[in-house]
Design a protein around this ligand. Structure first.
Ligand code: NAI
Ligand code: MG
Length: 356
């Protein structure tokens, strides 16, 4: 088994180092090979996703990814920006199904921005379509407007689009996932306004016919945003498009205490996967040794479970994370009175110790 390790930039290098430490402590047989990606690759090779990095990713059974992006690259042409590396990997590997479990650990019930009773025991799964929608739709660009409110003005445009098979395959992923949980799927759309999401709703409804044991309901995205903070435990599996899923999963992260707690898995139809924390490169705290490595460590656990067929090892990691939280250890993003503030490396060390 080969794992491609792509730390990226910003806090990416710091948090991936901790996840690698945890993986090594498991004493399992796999090979890990590291390659630059994002800003780090731009600095080293002039491109955020060099051919050699892409080749390594393609040849691996699983990819452990940190994060990419920094404000200092905002002025670069879009194809050279670090974020193109993660979009490029998702596209090149066909990683269309993004799993983002939002679990509120018992020890963090009070770290949530919601009242403890609203999040106690929270365990929902957001399934985000990852290779379509307005993030990839063509055409896109800038031009001089010929109509609209300000003809002659500079305007920009992107294209929201989904095809029937793209929607159907993510819907099936959601129904299958729900079968292993409490058998409820909420499909989030904006069918009242957008044709793309009317097709989404139609296709999800049709696919549902093959899953009579799973309950399906539909919700508009604005209402879903509201319900997520009103009564998050009413959800089980949420399935939605790329952009809505991006936004709703960040929102859901705050229910769990911190975005630094939220892992993710992005899978293709061959069960090859890319595993990364749901957050970005956090340039505001990069290099300070304070980033929470738990989302990345929990992503490594998802990798062991989904791509490397090591469910016991995944359980061990998750148990170790609960143990360090129970010990009261907190990185600053989840620190509160009565807990012990630790940095990135100390948190990683604590997880390794808890494994033993
Ligand atoms: P972000 O997720 O990097 O940061 C948002 C806030 O959360 C910041 O205040 C940050 O300090 C905090 N935060 C994030 N992860 C944390 C952790 N592990 N521990 C403690 N605090 C944490 O999102 P932002 O600021 O919108 O984007 C920063 C850069 O990251 C941008 O260049 C963006 O494009 C990129 N990005 C990359 C992603 C990826 O590599 N998959 C995903 C999202 C954003
Ligand atoms: Mg995001």
């Amino acid at each position: 088994m080969k794992i491609a390790v792509l730390p990226g930039d910003g806090i990416g290098t710091e948090i991936v180092a901790e996840a690698v430490k945890v993986l090594k402590a498991l004493d399992l047989k796999f090979e890990m090979e590291t390659a630059p990606v994002g800003g780090a690759a731009y600095e080293a090779a002039g491109h955020p996703l060099p051919e050699s990095t892409l080749a390594l990713a393609k040849s691996a059974d699983a990819i452990l990814f940190g994060a990419v992006g920094d404000w200092k690259y905002d002025k670069l042409d879009r194809p050279l920006r670090p974020e193109q590396a993660i979009l490029g990997l998702r596209k090149a590997l066909g990683l269309f199904a993004n799993f983002r479990p939002a679990i509120c650990y018992e020890q963090l019930t009070h770290a949530s921005s919601l009242k403890p009773e609203l999040v106690a025991g929270l365990d929902i799964l957001i399934i985000r379509e990852l290779t379509g929608d307005i993030y990839f739709g063509q055409p896109r660009g800038r031009r001089t407007a010929v109509d609209g409110h300000f003809p002659g003005a500079e305007e920009a445009f992107d294209t929201m689009r989904y095809s029937r098979p793209e929607i159907e395959r993510i819907a099936r992923v959601a129904f299958e996932a729900a079968r292993k949980r409490s058998k409820r799927v909420t499909s989030v759309d904006k069918a009242n306004v957008l044709e793309t999401f009317q097709l989404w709703k139609d296709v999800v409804t049709e696919a549902h016919k093959d899953y009579p044991d799973v309950a399906l309901d539909h919700m508009y995205v604005d209402n879903a945003a509201m319900q997520l903070v009103k009564a998050p435990k009413a959800f089980d599996v949420i399935v939605t498009g790329n952009m809505f899923g991006d936004i709703l999963s960040d929102e859901a992260s705050m229910l769990t205490g911190s975005i630094g707690m939220l892992p993710s898995a992005s899978l293709n139809d061959k069960k090859q996967g890319l595993y990364e924390p749901s957050h970005g490169s956090a340039p505001d705290i990069a290099g300070k040794g304070v980033a929470n490595p738990l989302a990345t460590i929990l992503s490594a656990a998802m990798m062991l479970r989904f791509s490397l067929n090591q469910p016991e090892a995944a359980d061990r990691i998750e148990t170790a994370v609960k143990k360090v939280l129970a010990q009261g250890l907190r990185t600053p993003d989840i620190y509160s009175d009565g807990t012990t503030k630790v940095g990135t490396v100390q948190m990683g060390d604590a997880v390794v110790n808890a494994l033993r």
